[in-house]
Design a protein around this ligand. Sequence first.
Ligand SMILES: Cc1cc2nc3c(=O)[nH]c(=O)nc-3n(C[C@H](O)[C@H](O)[C@H](O)COP(=O)(O)OP(=O)(O)OC[C@H]3O[C@@H](n4cnc5c(N)ncnc54)[C@H](O)[C@@H]3O)c2cc1C
Length: 457
Amino acid sequence: MGLTGRVVRPDDPGYDAARRNYNERFDVRPALIVFCQSVEDVRNALGFAREQGMPLRVRGGWHSYEAFSLVEGGLVLDVSDLHAVLVSPDRRTADVGAGAQLIQLYQRLGQLGLTLPGGTCPTVGIAGLTLGGGFGLTSRRYGLTCDCLEEVELVSASGEVLVASAGQHPELFWALRGGGGGNFGVVTRFRFRVFPLEEVAVYTAAWDFERMGEVLAAWQEWAPPADPRLTSVLKLYGPQHARPGPVTSTGQFVGPLEELRRVLEPFLRRAPPHQLRLERKAFLEAVNFFGGDPEPDWSVHFHGDHKKFKNTSAFAYEPLPPEALETLCAWMEKAPTGEDLVQLENFGGKVADLAPRATAFFHRRAQFFLQYQAYWSDDSAAEDHLSWVRGVRDALTPYTRGAYVNYTDADLEDWPERYYGENYPRLQEVKQQYDPEDFFRFPQSIRSPGGSMVDSR
Ligand SMILES: Cc1cc2nc3c(=O)[nH]c(=O)nc-3n(C[C@H](O)[C@H](O)[C@H](O)COP(=O)(O)OP(=O)(O)OC[C@H]3O[C@@H](n4cnc5c(N)ncnc54)[C@H](O)[C@@H]3O)c2cc1C
């Protein structure tokens, strides 16, 4: 079977740009990168990889934390040229090409006064984000990104074009809502429900390092049950972090400024910040405020400062007890630089409206979500950052549960349990039905029942 679409090989001038990943920790050299421009190109690339027995990876927005969308010596099937967004304002739906970046979607919908609950980083791909769940600053109001799906068009391992929805291939549709990217086929198009949203209110607050324990204690009691129109983020940095931190909180409220002030009051009364700002913003302004101004050119895959990093995550189902708060503050004191951080984000609201087994996204009952993040440029610093980020995660493991599949962490040996909890066996059944040979395979891909957990490639 011949390859169609835009094919980039190692000798081609665009090869190095085409094999990049947002996380520059990786240097992977695929044999072929196929930019598909149609469903037919996708089918041909799958057929080619199968005939040649080549390892295959599917790629959308290039933001996999562990570069799972690239493969050494294999074929990368890239859908980023499939980024059309067609909105039906009357039906309040959007048909979105699987290669769209979030900013393309926010801008297109924003022109019509509409939005979709997606992530914060403007260049993250809609495909990876949605397939793993997708959480952002309007999720407590409207749900996870995957909760807004009406249907998904996908090319299966056998080359069949399927549409999964509540009425067609319902088990596959269940699995595609939180089961993680790259597992069941190549998604070419999503249909989402979208929501009217013109304006939001946002806040930022900051505290000194010495106040960290007090702020944490106040935030974790206040934020999870707070008004579901508010999503609140708490960022903890090391003491060397430049002001206004090292403890900061930001959030977005789908409602008027005065109501946001009232919702914040119990938190700020318990932990008064040294800096506080509340503002109304047009929704698209708020997207840029939280995500950084987008590049003018949509073909740019990344924006802003991106370097080498290791991020990992966990969910808190209960408030952290006092000894865990002390442990967390002690680890922040030891952060290698002022750039490494732990970020907390409240769950609940609309995310918790569905049961943990209603879709493949399991961690709906979590009260908040923790991200442990380390960044560096110089390889000689890598070990310090890696051991810090693993250390803080392990120190808090007794008090937390699971991990977020979109914050893929190759170190996690018990990833099926952490990412999927009780949903893993059902995901394996879906894998058996739609990809019994594990054709779509990467180090943490869902395995057909009885399949090996060790990746041979
Ligand atoms: C800076 C940054 C900010 C982030 N912010 C958020 C956030 O606010 N909220 C949140 O929920 N997540 C966030 N994430 C995590 C993000 O959701 C994941 O990294 C996601 O997997 C990225 O998807 P992608 O398409 O960009 O990446 P890719 O590297 O292209 O793909 C990621 C995974 O999805 C698979 N995949 C990609 N396209 C397809 C397709 N068409 N069909 C089937 N499988 C496919 C790949 O095989 C791979 O396994 C962030 C990540 C980064 C790096």
